[in-house]
Design a protein. Structure first.
Length: 577
């Protein structure tokens, strides 16, 4: 598993099931199947889909996006025999029309990093699109496509350019191809002018920002939020930290709840999952301690304070209000979702049954009294740490373990994301030479921790952990007493949650040449007063400066992209330069 940490989870979310050891299969219409060989890191597209470039069968981030896009077309009942992968160097795959021509050519790009730049280029340089169609006169449409797994749901974006795209006809489309209700080979594109698409018919007001049927932002402060009828999707984290809300009414037009949708709505008491809901991402109700949940969707089961999918093979959410201190996970469960038990502080014991094969991003985080009992042959629980069966990946460390020093065994290659999150008792972790991958800051909020690093893939200096090239800062120790930290000039990226909770810091100097500041990088740095944003920075992630209550001013280059919640609960005055 060298490309991404959660490959198996990704395939699981796409609907693939393990039919044989390390072989995952999904069957579409007319019993057509695609299989994935985890051990050999290969995708087998079956005997009908044409594959001209075998490099596109191999595991890579780009090839996963191609796989996910093809999955959407097959789910829409496009014919596998019409799909041709790698037939031309200017796009990744095409859907043929059966008459010798091509209905649509699809170019797959990585989210944000490549996609936005490509769309901006194509919309400002018409000649590029015109040249493409001149060289490919038999193609009706060009689609630039991207997707990602975020918060338990697979999001996609695409832009479609028609054959006659030009200065005079500068219309492109961002929906109408793969949405619910659209038939294969019969798209219903909506015209966009200058990239702005006509809204769906939704009863809207200033409290809600809705795009293409998706609620992307809530601006209100009501105690009872009534989501407008006509909304179809709730974006990941859209009600994150809405402390005023006590009740939310979701209309029957909504079919998808994004992951972390109501995260930290600490006063939310009433919410009903309507019958229309078919998709739920990673625990939308994490850290809602007062919530009384009601489920009316036939696609999910809510019993004994725990929410499952309808087959009870995915555990999504455990209510903080659940009375029992023991949770014996049912034998039917194959997957325990991210954050599913987050902050269920009453829990003393969780029993993992033999059926569980997938444990997502630390579902047991912030459980100080928990004792874990593992009965699954797919995992090993040793010295307070949970590993996969080959002990190559560390998933979780039990907070109540008496030892204050963990020597991770030689042979472990991956330290999973958030695996030690908020563990206050651990003081030392020894990273062995075998470790090659560290998920985004697994040591977040470990207030007493110092590392001993023996891996040549990483560098640990002055309380900061970097990758081997020192162009990414992964983690900075909360226990450091210094008030000023100068980030080395080699660093191009500040990793996710890298400085989370570093209360001693007053000032951070970032180098010119830094390109990206990732999600929650400086969250809960409550005493930080001064930080510079170099002109080289291109993007700032969600919640980067969350709760930086003493950060009053910041100079932000005009070109820097940042999320709507990058400065949440931070009184900073932003000055664009």
């Amino acid at each position: 598993m060298t490309i991404i940490l959660n490959e198996i989870n990704y395939f699981w979310k796409l609907g693939y099931n393990e039919e044989m050891t390390d072989i995952y299969v999904k069957v579409y219409q007319n019993s057509y199947g695609i299989s994935i060989n985890i051990a050999e890191e290969l995708i087998n597209y079956g005997d009908k889909i044409k594959v001209s470039d075998l490099n596109l069968n191999q595991f890579s981030q780009r090839n996963f996006i191609i796989l996910e896009a093809i999955d959407r077309f097959l789910t829409k009942e496009y014919k596998p025999e019409d799909i041709h992968i790698g037939g031309d160097s200017t796009y990744n795959f095409a859907i043929e029309n059966g008459n010798g021509g091509i209905f649509i050519a699809i170019q797959c790009l990585e989210w944000l990093e490549e996609y936005d730049k490509e769309i901006d280029k194509l919309k400002t340089k018409y000649s590029i699109v015109q040249s493409f169609f001149k060289n490919n006169s038999n193609i009706e449409y060009l689609c630039v496509y991207t997707s990602r797994l975020k918060a338990g749901t697979i999001e996609c974006r695409y832009t479609i350019f028609p054959h006659n795209y030009s200065v005079e006809n500068s219309y492109s489309y961002t929906s109408g191809l793969l949405e619910v209700g659209i038939q294969a080979y019969f798209p219903k594109f909506k015209t966009t002018i200058n990239g702005i698409q006509t809204e769906k018919n939704v009863n809207n007001n200033n409290d809600f920002e809705i795009t293409n049927g998706e609620l992307i932002k809530y601006n209100g402060n009501s105690t009872h939020v009534i989501i407008p009828f006509g909304v179809e999707k709730l974006k990941n984290s859209v009600f994150w930290n809405c402390q005023s809300v006590e009740k939310i009414t979701i209309p029957d037009t909504v079919y998808s709840l994004g992951g972390d949708t109501f995260y930290y709505c600490e006063n939310l008491t009433k919410l009903t999952i309507p019958k229309s809901i078919t998709i739920i991402g990673d625990n939308p109700f994490a850290n809602c301690p007062k919530l009384d949940l009601v489920n009316k969707s036939p696609h999910f089961i809510f019993e004994d304070g725990i929410l499952y999918n309808k087959n009870k093979n995915r555990l999504i959410y455990c209510a903080i209000k659940r009375k029992s201190k023991i949770c014996e996970i049912p034998e039917s469960v194959l997957s325990i979702s991210k954050h599913s038990f987050y902050n269920c502080i009453k829990l003393r014991k969780i029993v993992i049954p033999p059926s569980v094969k997938i444990i997502e991003n630390n579902p047991f985080s912030n459980l100080p009294l928990l004792k874990l009992e593992n009965n699954s042959p797919h995992f090993i629980f040793k010295d307070g740490a949970l590993y996969n069966k080959t002990m190559t990946t560390l998933f979780y460390y039990e907070h109540g373990t008496k030892s204050k020093h963990l020597m991770i065994p030689e042979g472990v290659k991956i330290i999973g994301r958030h695996s030690f999150y908020n563990c206050k008792t651990i003081e030392r972790i020894t990273i062995p030479a075998s470790v090659k991958i560290i998920g985004y800051n697994p040591f977040t909020n470990c207030s007493s921790l110092k590392l001993i690093n023996n891996s040549p893939e990483f560098a640990y200096e002055n309380g900061a952990l970097y990758n081997k090239k020192k162009n990414e800062l992964i983690y900075y120790s909360i226990s450091n007493t210094t008030e000023t930290f100068v980030v080395p000039s080699s660093v191009k990226k500040i990793g996710r949650s890298a400085f989370f909770g570093c209360f001693n810091l007053r000032r951070v100097e970032l180098p010119e040449g830094l390109l990206k500041i990732d999600r929650s990088a400086f969250a809960n740095c409550i005493n930080i007063k001064e930080i510079n944003i170099p002109k080289s920075v291109e993007s700032i992630g969600e919640w980067t400066f969350l709760n930086c209550v003493n950060l009053k001013n910041i100079m932000l280059p005009k070109h820097v992209l940042f999320e709507q919640q990058s400065f949440l609960n931070c009184p900073v005055e932003i000055k664009k330069i």
